[in-house]
Design a protein around this ligand. Sequence first.
Ligand SMILES: Nc1ncnc2c1ncn2[C@@H]1O[C@H](COP(=O)(O)OP(=O)(O)OP(=O)(O)O)[C@@H](O)[C@H]1O
Ligand SMILES: [Mg+2]
Length: 510
Amino acid sequence: MSLGFVIGESKPTFVTAITSRALSVGEYIKISSDEGEILGLVERSAVSSAAFTDVKNFDEASESTEIAELNKRDKTFTAHIGILGFLENLRKGQSIIPAIPPIPGTEITLPSKQDLEEIFSPKKEGWVSIGNLLRNKSIDAKVNLDKIVSRHLGILAMTGMGKSNLVSLVTKQISKLKGTVIIFDYHNDYTSLNIPRINVIDAKINPRLLDSEQLSDVLEIRESATVQQRVLRMAFTENVKKSSEFWKRLENEVDSIINSDDNKLKEIRSSAYRVQDIVEDAQRRFEDILDPDMGDPISFIKEGCANVLNISELSEKQANVALAFYLQQLLKDRKDASIAQHGKTKRKRNFKFNSPVFVIIEEAHVFIPKDHDTSAKYWAAKIAREGRKFGLGLGIVSQRPRSVDLNVLSQMGSFAIMKIIQEDDQRQIASATESTSRELISQLTSLNVGDAVLVGQWSNLPSLVHVEEVKEKIMGADQSAINAWAKADKMKGIAIESTQGLVQKDLLLD
Ligand SMILES: Nc1ncnc2c1ncn2[C@@H]1O[C@H](COP(=O)(O)OP(=O)(O)OP(=O)(O)O)[C@@H](O)[C@H]1O
Ligand SMILES: [Mg+2]
């Protein structure tokens, strides 16, 4: 059935159409050109009414409603359509843009269910469903998991719009395929995710494996306290690292600086006292976090599982050190494993991971910030650049894309972008994604919870989808203050009643 016609000036990548009804942004249409059937995406949609043009006052507006109702030709529905390519090629995952623009007058129709299914829900290995097309609800929206592991994924949206839900869904799908996922969980969002093969680990740091700068960070020595940092550098010797009594040995080393007769060391004595306090204090304060006897933290991660590394107990600096450590070790392990696999040496070695790993970093604006360097950022950037070669995929999640390092962001081969209102955020996303998706990105303000724009290599085409809600865990639902207050008040009532009961009973007993 005819939906409309191409009008005005057409371009190979863009046409304007007049249609019989208002088209929705994100809707797919078919253009039947002489060269073959072309698929297009409605990027902007407008409705105008002749009767309401130049209306200047209330009475005119009121009369115009009647005229508009009577006149069938009153409404004009205009759609701006981005051309995605020939249908035939899109079915094979290739986008070939016509050389000749569709001639004005060319008919526009709706694609069939089969047309859309062949493109958006291919029945191929590695493609999994994450929801449905937003404007064509009966079509499954599938993504290619291979592409996110090899070319990385960015999940960006305002707070509460469904990022963690999508992370849970992707994790669930990868774990169904017995793949390895590691989530750095900064807000304790995933520890109760109820999916098979989940492995929750309370992230700890083994101080022996750090350098003195990292140890200084985890002990929370201030950045400006350069003398204290110097003391720690001197005290944190190789012998301390190897000692069976790590803390005691470290304290001894600091003591020997305090007690030294060397004039140079006397000058830094007061800072050494401070370090002594800090080291003593840290053993108590960070008892659950710093563990010199834990061995290699990587050994707790299980291959073929959804590993949730709970870093919620760590301060930002500690989390940064932990993240940098894990990322560095993971890259090293995957690098060694793939060199051994592809290299000529027949020597078998044991690697922690013998298959690709997908690592997800929540709060990426904290760990991979735009305006300063962190060690986690250094390793994340390295994985973004090199991970592809070694089967180490990176997923970065943020509600402040404008504050995430653009170098890392633009290495993400695929994106899921949900509602975003801030223009700075939209600009940053536009610079990190391909130009063809920018029109879609301008639609981000109008999305609802769970709606997402998918762009990049994990989908055959840029698309607007509604992500399925993961039932295994109701994620980060907004806390209802009203409910909590009512509950607290009720509890108070019960408490008063029971104490009154007690008092009365006591009185009776008296
Ligand atoms: N696809 C979806 N369909 C329906 N509801 C959803 C969907 N995704 C998320 N929600 C709901 O929205 C709420 C917030 O979701 P989620 O925790 O995933 O958001 P977020 O973007 O990770 O937020 P934050 O920035 O605070 O981490 C949850 O209550 C969840 O149930
Ligand atoms: Mg979240």
